[in-house]
Design a protein around this ligand. Structure first.
Ligand code: FNR
Length: 335
């Protein structure tokens, strides 16, 4: 049984949000593992791996775009999630990333048209042959454990048939979002169906997901893990609106979460759009009611977002730090 995925509280994959600063923040608060946002295979295949000395990170970049940035504190605790429809491309990614990440997960649950349209995400759920091809190719090429994240199917028998096939591919864990492809919040998570998966598949950890609407406190995380009989639980929306949900000492005031997030966004030089997205999700309704929220909405740069929270000095501190390291590196090269 894979230790990596057993008995864990996990930050779920989230496009635009599951990047370096939020992942690090959740790990600092107490999450055991974090997933990257879904990265479509082509983007990683076309990227270049760079050791970023100024930040101390490993970057996968495409021009100015940071496709994936991995910080040292994530080593052994960050799972790369990919979007793919092909075993060949998935295997290529496994060879590219080697053991920079702790594991590789395949998204088989995303119901969004852009994903389905390309035969990725939830489109895979009805194509068992393609799932087998992807997982076995990935497993053969990967240096690290392989997993996938599915939704439950429209009937229970089909879900059980599918998860048995997935288990045979030799994956190290299986994530199960307890909603069907066409279900969304406030549709209830199908606790009994997830439970049935956990009772059927006992050779690998099952990671349950879909309970953010029911999680208000740290203790609720364990409650839902127990209710589903799964080994681990991953949290998406609640971790985005309240990252400190992973603190066993209790959640923090949202403005403390924002400050802690912004410190990491500045340290790891996160882009303006991604930084603003997460801050707005933590702010929620305060975007309309609080002066700091309104200033965030109006902000056009990370510096302006920082100013909204009186954190201009933090922004400048990290900017200076990067500059110092870059000029040291330049001096070494010139020598
Ligand atoms: C998601 N979800 C998602 N799932 C996935 O497998 N890969 C991804 O990149 C994303 N991206 C994403 C972005 C955002 C903003 C949200 C809110 C959700 C789905 C997510 O991981 C999870 O399965 C669902 O949100 C249900 O879990 P919660 O929110 O109830 O904890």
């Amino acid at each position: 049984m894979s230790e990596l995925y057993s008995n864990k509280k996990i930050l779920a994959p989230m496009v635009r949000a599951g990047r370096t600063p939020l992942r690090l923040l959740c790990l600092k608060y107490g999450a055991d593992l974090c997933y990257t946002e879904e990265i479509v295979d082509k983007k990683l295949i076309e990227s270049t791996r760079i050791v970023n000395e100024a930040l101390g990170t490993i970057d996968y970049r495409n021009g100015d775009d940071i496709i994936l940035r991995l910080a040292p504190e994530e080593k052994g605790r960050c799972i790369l999630q990919i979007g793919t429809n092909s075993g060949e491309k998935a295997a290529k990614i496994a060879r590219i990333v080697g053991d920079d990440v702790a594991g590789i997960d395949v998204n088989m649950g995303c119901p969004k048209p852009f994903s389905i349209h390309c035969g990725m995400g939830a489109a895979l759920l009805t194509k068992t042959d393609t799932i087998i091809e992807i997982l076995t190719s990935l497993k053969a090429a990967a240096k690290v454990p392989v997993s996938c994240k599915i939704r439950v199917l429209d009937n229970r028998e089909d879900t059980i048939k599918l998860v048995k096939e997935i288990e045979k591919c030799g994956v190290s864990a299986l994530g199960v979002h307890g909603r069907r492809r066409d279900e969304r919040q406030p549709d209830q998570c199908r606790v009994e169906e997830v439970k049935e998966v956990a009772e059927t598949i006992t050779s690998i950890p099952i990671i349950t997901n879909g309970f953010s609407g029911e999680i208000d406190r740290f203790e609720d995380i364990e409650k839902w893990r127990e209710a589903t009989g799964t080994s681990s639980i991953m949290i998406a929306r609640k971790a985005l609106s309240t990252p400190s949900i992973f603190r066993k000492e209790g959640i923090l005031d949202k403005y403390k979460d924002i400050e802690n997030f912004l410190e990491l966004a500045c340290q790891y030089d996160e882009s303006y759009t991604m930084t603003k997205y997460v801050v707005q999700r933590i702010l929620g309704g305060d975007q309309e009611h609080d002066p700091r929220g309104k200033a965030t909405v109006a902000a056009g740069s990370v510096l302006q977002i920082c100013k909204a929270f009186g954190m201009e000095d933090v922004y400048n501190k990290w900017k200076d730090e990067r500059k110092k390291k870059e000029s040291k590196k330049r001096a070494r090269v010139d020598d």
